[in-house]
Write a protein that binds this ligand. Structure first.
Ligand code: ZN
Length: 781
């Protein structure tokens, strides 16, 4: 071991400390540091929808925003989130809607023809509707007339119709009294016209089922209330509610997926947790925080609030005892006055509700009934996540009483001081400055909004606002800021992609210059600053508007750099910036298609599978563009003599450029190529085989030619001898022949014996052949 030691090392001192995640917590009404209970795992419960109708913009605001928060936690901060969400599949609204649908369908099916009895039933329903619903918005003296003089309802209604038409102020006053006034009046008007139409049909002797169904369809809003009032106690089949809820649950998730909202990790349905709910309620009673009364069970808010270590209404202590619409809605419209008699305090709320006529019910130790609304979330969240969770989320409307009651129930059950550590509430949604409601006629379903805007545009609209602030969804927001951000980013990605693909196409070649000057250093520094500011914005309680601004600012700086550097641009630096911006946009859930491309992908309007047009088309376009460049250059440089080169270029496009892209151009006799798409590997194989055959043919031709050449050479060598000399030495053995004729053909052999006639003839032929060969030889010289 050497005695020489390493010099002392000092840990670095950060010049810019890492920001810490803080979340606006409704339990403190401040931004508090986020501290998960167990390492990086985060238990998260989100209140899901009550499924009885189409999902609308309010759902989009709520669930898209929560999806953004969840994605930031999972994909940016890297927490291991378990996201649990419930579906309320049994509730007053579901029961009522299912029952009414059923009664109306049955009534319609049972009606076989139009008669006076049917018309009279609808007319009675219409009168009841005027007294019960339309009258709510009327000034008190008119309301009195409405409810007293049954015989004159028709003439009073036409007076009201006239006032609505001609007196705007009067109508405004009515709307102030009841925001549904206009909607109710419209329903009443439509029904009255339908009744009048049916009466004249009857007079004309028309009693068809078609006429009868027309009357039912045109008056259904009003008729259904009448039928429900009369027959509701006859409907108790639980499958009606179940079927309605399953239908709308599926529609809800279809809509969420179209909005790119991630599915929950765990989904819970109330009707699947009845045994757990009953056990939960029993334990709360056992712990002394609930009591049974008349078949229902109520939470004892006073006992709970007074117990040491417990507080009732932690989110909105100032709302304690307030029994507003939400409180009543949470327990069911039923008969609150009757409930009030049996509960100890007006702020006590139902954990279990005794059954009422016309409702499905479950057996319990307190008789037949069903759970209250608040208890479901306490039970299901506890069943999945245990006695404490890191995050609980929901719309701000749910804070009181729903979430306060949820917390009280769970803390009463677990006898723990804190059931939820961070309560996050998404802000309200307004449409063009007004609360969205059917009566204000600004009610927009998700289906409708997706016909007008893309999922990306809707998400961008929410990202430009704080998650816990009120969002005003307006035409000007969509056409202004959202379109702006979208087109700025699209242009940026298109430019960078073109630059990068051009650079890649020209291969890795150095121009002997590093392209890393002051401008590049500055841009890279800006990039790192942006990354820091982006993190700081998200740490500041998920400040997405600020985070988006950081991305826009970096894009703008990169654009400035591109414009100022011209040909000297450092493509790598620009590509890095673009890739990071795209990654962050995708992290927010704004991406489409594969994430390997530079950018956030193309949104496809067609159903099913976004297609990256750019990625598919660019290689083809580049091949054609290169071809065109070549043709142009030839035409410019060579003029008419370029014809052969142009044909070679055409072959190069066919064999070298398009085949590797899976495009075959088969040249036909008529001069038009047959265009085919096929896997590149197949085309390459076919091309190479064709080439090999052509090469073999060529080689054979070459070989034949060579053989021919050798043969000729041999002939020429032979032809060198003069025909007169071929039978004389050295071309024949010495002394073979004795004498010759004038052409050099032997006449006698070496011993002077005359040659036979046939031998002389044969030699004469040989001489003739040699004459030809010699002539050939002489011409080749
Ligand atoms: Zn809930």
């Amino acid at each position: 071991m050497s005695s020489i030691k390493q010099p002392a090392w000092a840990p670095p001192v950060p010049i810019q400390p890492e920001p810490v995640l803080k979340i606006y917590n409704s339990l403190t009404r401040t931004k508090t540091e986020f501290i998960p209970k167990s390492g990086r795992s985060v238990k998260w419960y989100n209140c899901g929808p009550t499924v009885y109708d189409a999902s609308h913009m309010g759902h989009a605001r709520n669930y898209v925003t929560q999806d953004v928060l969840r994605r930031i936690m999972e994909d940016y901060f890297g927490y291991d989130v378990q996201f649990v969400m419930n579906i309320t599949d049994i509730d007053d609204k579901i029961i009522k809607r299912a029952r009414q649908n059923h009664l109306l369908e049955k009534f319609r099916a049972d009606t076989k023809l139009l008669d006076a009895n049917l018309v009279s039933q609808v007319y009675t329903a219409w009168r009841a509707f005027l007294r019960n619903e339309v009258a709510v918005g009327l000034p008190s003296d008119e309301r009195a007339l409405f409810t007293e003089n049954d015989g004159e309802l028709d003439s009073q209604f036409s007076q009201i119709a006239e006032l609505i038409q001609n007196n705007k102020e009067w109508k405004q006053e009515c709307l102030k009294r009841d925001e549904k006034f206009d909607m109710n009046f419209t329903s009443a008007n439509r029904t009255l016209s339908a009744v009048r139409h049916a009466e004249s049909s009857l007079k004309a002797g028309s009693t068809s089922q078609e006429e009868a169904h027309k009357l039912i369809d045109d008056s259904q809003d009003i008729l259904v209330l009448f039928l429900d009032e009369q027959y509701k106690s006859t409907v108790t089949d639980p499958s009606l509610s179940h079927n309605l809820a399953s239908y709308w649950e599926k529609r809800f998730f279809d809509d969420m997926r179209r909005l790119h909202v991630r599915d929950p990790d765990t989904l819970t349905r109330v009707t699947e947790y009845m045994p757990e709910i009953i056990t939960f309620v029993e334990k709360i009673i056992g712990n002394g925080y609930a009591y049974e009364s008349g078949g229902s069970v109520y939470f004892d808010t006073k006992a709970f609030d007074e117990a040491p270590g417990h507080d009732y209404a932690k989110l909105e202590p100032w709302s304690k005892g307030k029994r507003d619409d939400a409180m009543v809605a949470g327990e069911g419209a039923g008969a609150p006055s009757q409930n009030n008699i049996t509960r100890h305090s007006s702020s006590d709320f139902a954990l279990w509700k005794a059954t009422k006529p016309g409702e499905p019910s479950w057996d319990s130790p307190w008789g037949k009934g069903r759970p209250g609304w608040h208890i479901e979330c306490s039970v299901m969240a506890s069943a999945v996540l245990g006695e404490n969770m890191d995050v609980h989320s929901g719309g701000i409307d749910l804070a009181f009483p729903h979430h306060d009651n949820e917390m009280a129930q769970s803390e009463a059950y677990h006898d723990c001081p804190t059931w939820v550590n961070y309560f996050v509430h998404t802000g309200h949604l307004h449409i063009e400055g007004l609360k969205m409601s059917k009566s204000l006629k600004n009610f927009i379903t998700i289906d409708e909004i997706l016909q007008k805007y893309t999922a990306r545009q809707i998400r961008l609209a929410f990202l430009t606002q704080l998650w816990n602030a009120k969002v005003d969804f307006s035409e000007s927001l969509m056409a202004g800021e959202v379109r702006n951000v979208e087109s700025t980013l699209n242009n940026f990605f298109t430019n960078v992609k073109a630059l990068v693909s051009q650079a890649r196409d020209s291969g890795v070649t150095s121009d002997g210059y590093h392209h890393y000057e002051a401008a590049e250093k500055e841009l890279v520094e800006k990039f790192h600053q942006s990354q820091h500011s982006f993190r700081a914005a998200l740490c500041d309680s998920f400040n997405t508007p600020e985070a988006l601004d950081v991305l826009r600012e970096l894009v703008s700086r990169t654009n400035t750099y591109l414009n100022s550097r011209g040909k000297a641009v450092n493509v790598g630096v620009v590509e890095n910036n673009a890739r990071w911006v795209a990654k962050m946009l995708r992290m927010f859930g704004l991406g489409e298609g594969g994430s390997s491309e530079i950018g956030w992908g193309q949104e496809s309007s067609a159903e099913g599978g976004a297609v990256d047009r750019e990625e598919i088309l660019m290689p083809y376009l580049r091949a054609l563009s290169t071809f065109r460049d070549g043709v142009r250059r030839l035409a410019i440089d060579k003029g008419d003599s370029a014809l052969k080169d142009i044909l070679a270029l055409c072959d190069k496009l066919r064999d070298e450029e398009l085949i590797p892209l899976g495009v075959a151009l088969d040249d036909q006799e008529d001069g038009k190529a047959l265009l085919k798409l096929a896997p590149p590997s197949e085309l390459l194989k076919a091309r190479d085989e064709k080439r090999a055959i052509a090469l073999a043919k060529q080689a054979k031709k070459e070989a034949a030619k060579e053989a021919e050449r050798l043969k000729r050479l041999e002939r020429l060598a032979k032809g060198r001898v003069d025909p007169k000399e071929i039978f004389r030495p050295p071309n024949v053995k010495e002394g073979l022949y004795g004498s010759y004729d004038g052409n050099g053909v032997p006449m006698t052999d070496g011993e002077g014996k005359e040659l036979s006639k046939s031998a002389r003839k044969k030699l004469g032929k040989e001489r003739e052949t040699q004459v030809k060969l010699h002539e050939e030889y002489l011409t080749s010289l």
